[in-house]
Design a protein around this ligand. Structure first.
Ligand code: HEC
Ligand code: HEC
Length: 95
């Protein structure tokens, strides 16, 4: 798993409001999709000590869990386009 890549990606600051001990900061985005979340953020203290929770392999959070209006998690930007019940897709391209 490429930690550097995740941390410079669009999801690099995902879950950045979570608490983590020094040295575990780079795990924060992972916990957002793969970790236990008890409050607004998925904190280190929410994670199992020796193992991974069910969000690790069988049910990581999906795009729609965080991004669809009506079920926003982690303050993700809400989407109304590019989804099955979506609105007209508006492009933002400058030439
Ligand atoms: C935006 C959400 C998201 C983030 C952030 C994320 N993952 Fe994932 N990850 C997924 C999804 C979804 C899958 C399942 C892919 C599939 O089933 O094809 C996955 C799969 C994995 C797997 C493979 C599990 C298996 O055995 O099949 C590992 C390992 C993993 N992620 C580790 C990490 C680590 C480490 C980080 C942080 C550096 C991270 N992920 C960040 C969504 C995410
Ligand atoms: C665990 C919640 C979560 C999941 C799952 C997730 N995202 Fe995100 N996503 C976020 C958050 C939060 C941000 C805003 C990050 C920031 O502001 O730095 C974001 C930002 C983005 C952006 C940048 C939007 C912008 O306007 O800058 C894109 C594109 C994106 N996500 C696509 C996806 C796609 C595609 C998936 C599925 C593969 C996905 N996301 C899964 C939470 C999530």
């Amino acid at each position: 798993m490429d930690f550097t890549a995740i941390n410079i990606s669009v999801h690099g600051s995902l879950n950045s409001g979570a608490t983590a001990s020094a040295g575990n900061e780079s795990n924060k985005p992972c916990w957002a999709c793969h970790g236990t979340k008890t409050g607004i953020y998925a904190n280190q203290s929410d994670q199992p000590v020796n193992d991974h929770g069910s969000t690790y392999k069988s049910s990581p959070r999906k795009c729609e869990d965080c991004h669809i209006n009506g079920s926003i998690l982690f303050n993700a930007p809400g989407l109304t386009e590019h989804i099955m019940p979506g609105q007209k897709l508006t492009q933002h391209i400058t030439q």
